[in-house]
Design a protein around this ligand. Structure first.
Ligand code: SF4
Length: 325
């Protein structure tokens, strides 16, 4: 259903009007109270200038993410749109509707080829909006005529199974790696933490299909949550399941909390794990990272869990999305 954005205010108390670049209409998914706002972008390949992801262009077909993970680091991107309420990030999804055409144009630039492309570094490229808009699929199709571009794609979604054949075709032409994002096998914990994301088993079934189709698959365990998911046994169980599903590598990272993510995560913590509230408050009082000592301890836990699960490479950190997705 097409309705003008101002009518959405009933569903988004406190949300301001349309963001710059948005069209004047939105598609409202009434069952989920989610608004999809189509917008145009001038560029879709963003050069990563951070210290964690080098020499790579990042691609994010959607802004906002309906999966709504309490820890999601990408919430700050909605603040740029003056949508500061945490629920806006999960309920008002911006769809970069011209991204596939922009991508095809940008791939012709000489400075683009020769670098990697990382898809889904901020928000999930196979979140529910993809079922309706298919932007990620069309972006991937645009890469088919090329060869030897290192491509990575991160997702929690089972919808990725829809594109198994396309991803297998890409894997025959490019070094392609698909990373399944999962921080725990504990369904109850994830149901509370990642409100609308698929259960872990759904993600691993998708990994099994991708792996069987010849796609290189890995697990990304990020964020590791202090006191909740950082134990060796917990990590081992997760890594063993990933290995069974066909993962050949794994990355991990400890929770990274910007101020925009703290606004959502701390209330979640108070409600769901009050015994940890003080600990997190002290650990993240001055910044976005846990202490060096704690992170070193977690690296040891991950190394032990990796060895137990039969992964032959040591623990590695991943890029921006690795901090939260
Ligand atoms: S962490 Fe990933 S899957 Fe979860 S809300 Fe953020 S972008 Fe979506």
């Amino acid at each position: 259903m097409k309705i003008p954005l101002p009518q959405l205010s009933f569903a988004f108390a406190g949300a301001p009007g349309p963001a710059p670049g948005a069209t004047d209409g939105a598609v409202l998914d009434e069952a989920n109270a989610t608004a999809y706002v189509e917008m145009t972008c001038r560029s879709i390949l963003n050069w990563s200038q951070g210290t964690r992801m080098r020499d790579v262009f990042t691609v994010n077909p959607y802004r906002g993410c309906e999966f709504g993970c309490a820890y999601c680091y990408a919430r700050y991107t909605h603040e740029f749109l003056e949508l500061a309420h945490w629920e806006d990030f999960e309920r008002r999804i911006f769809v970069k509707s011209n991204a596939p055409e922009v991508m095809r144009r940008e791939l012709k630039r000489k400075d683009v080829l020769g670098h990697g492309i990382a898809i889904g570094t901020a928000t999930d490229p196979y979140q529910p909006a993809e079922r309706r808009f298919g932007i990620t699929r069309r972006i991937l199709e645009g890469l088919l005529p090329y060869r030897d571009i290192p491509i990575s794609l991160i997702s929690k979604s089972g919808l990725i199974e829809r594109d198994v054949e396309l991803l297998a075709s890409l894997a025959r032409r490019h070094p392609l790696r698909v990373l399944t994002s999962c921080i725990s096998l504990d369904r109850d914990l994830l149901r509370a933490l990642e409100r609308r994301a698929p259960v872990p088993e759904r993600r691993f079934r998708a990994m099994e299909r991708l792996s069987a189709a010849g796609v290189t698959c890995g697990l990304i365990v990020a964020p590791i949550l202090p006191g909740l998911t950082d134990g060796v046994d917990h990590l081992t169980a997760l890594l063993v399941r990933a290995k069974q599903a066909g993962a050949s590598f794994a990355h991990s990272n400890v929770l990274f909390l910007r101020s925009s993510a703290k606004k959502r995560f701390f209330p979640w913590l108070r409600e769901n794990a009050p015994w940890l509230h003080e600990r997190y408050g002290a650990a993240y009082a001055k910044g976005a990272y846990e202490s060096d000592d704690y992170r070193a301890q977690v690296r040891r836990h991950v190394a032990e869990a990796m060895a137990r699960a039969g992964f032959d490479e040591g623990p590695r950190r991943f890029g921006n999305r690795g901090e939260a997705a």
